[in-house]
Write a new protein. Structure first.
Length: 343
């Protein structure tokens, strides 16, 4: 049987899949679930110490899945605790697909669990990864693997997004600025980024999320903005008005959420000079090693070449969307239990 995607949703025999994420919101989880037309359930576990949050999440996940009775579950990884919670709730007869972010393999907090995650996702279960290098690792550890990038689509034009909620951010519309969506994670070169704000003083640098005090103090106060956590709508405004996106990483096999968003928004992109990012973005992005002076030079260069780079990444987007459709089709077929079969 061939299962098709119809209007973005899985069709065929009656199924009840769900995408589970232990985070308040993640664009990748939301996008994949929306494109497949399946239920998405997200929960960040509230505040407090991590063990307490995980206990809350285990209980809420168990209750939700016992009530929802899914036929398949896609679960964001890490943490491995979420995968274990899902398996405990649905029993051994429900297939699970793990959406393995790079942290599953490289984050010092979670790389110890890579083999366990892969073992739990052996056939008839499935692992999703963002590039071929991670697929090889997952397969070497015993998992079935499918390469699927973050959902690539076309974001609304900036004129459709309305006014900034924060009038302080509205002032950015009159400036040249580089948007740097980061999480202050293990693979982000924070010292180099802070130094770059001093070297490229002619542009404004906007760093999202909750910046550590040591980082914010190391940046150039005269041209750096820290909006903190903002709503999805406000973030899209920041993205829409930005001249350049910078997607930094020190990890070789890491795809970049910010890079995908630059493609969706048709924005000039600067990212790291790694094999997987060069292969994916090619000449449509400026790729540089994670050094302050190179980040600064590339930011200035991207501002100057903004129109050219935007055109290149929009052209590349068309090709990547076609490739994405094939991967989503295969995931749809796995949900319908006919992965790899064709009439």
């Amino acid at each position: 049987m061939t299962t098709l995607l119809e209007n973005g949703a899985v069709v065929g025999q009656k199924k009840n899949p769900v995408f589970v994420s232990w985070i308040d919101f993640h664009g990748r989880s939301e996008g994949i679930a929306r494109r497949l037309g399946i239920e998405e359930w997200s929960d960040g576990g509230g505040s407090g110490p991590l063990p307490l949050r995980y206990l809350r999440l285990w209980v809420s996940t168990w209750k939700y899945l016992r009530r929802y009775k899914p036929t398949e579950v896609i679960v964001m990884q890490p943490p491995v605790v979420a995968l274990l919670a899902v398996r405990s709730a649905v029993g051994k007869n429900v297939r699970i697909c793990g959406d393995l972010h790079t942290g599953t393999f490289y984050d010092p907090k979670w790389k110890w669990s890579t083999k366990l995650v892969a073992k739990l996702l052996g056939a008839p279960n499935l692992a999703i990864v963002t590039n071929d290098a991670l697929a090889v690792q997952a397969q070497d550890h015993g998992a079935e693997a499918l390469v699927l990038h973050d959902l690539i689509e076309t974001y609304p034009e900036v004129g459709e997004l309305g006014e900034f909620e924060d009038q302080g951010l509205a002032q950015l519309q009159d400036k040249k600025y580089v948007l740097v969506p980061i999480t202050y994670s293990y693979d982000e070169p924070l010292e180099e980024l802070a130094a770059a704000t001093h070297l490229a003083a002619g542009v404004v640098w906007v760093f999202t999320g909750r910046a550590p005090e040591s980082f914010s103090q190391a940046c150039n106060a005269a041209n750096t903005v820290f909006p903190g956590f903002v709503s999805r709508e406000e973030y899209l405004r920041l993205l829409g008005h930005a001249n350049v996106l910078l997607a930094p990483t020190t990890e070789e096999d890491t795809m970049q959420r910010a890079g995908y968003e630059a493609m969706c928004a048709g924005k000039a992109l600067v990212t790291s000079d790694t094999e997987v990012l060069r292969d994916f973005f090619g000449e449509a992005a400026l790729t540089v090693p994670p050094r302050a002076e190179l980040y600064a030079d590339a930011a200035n260069d991207a501002v100057r070449r903004q129109s050219e780079l935007e055109g290149s990444i929009i052209e590349l987007r068309t090709r990547r969307v076609r490739e994405q459709s094939a991967a989503l089709q295969r995931l749809s077929e796995w949900i319908h239990n006919d992965l790899g079969t064709r009439e």
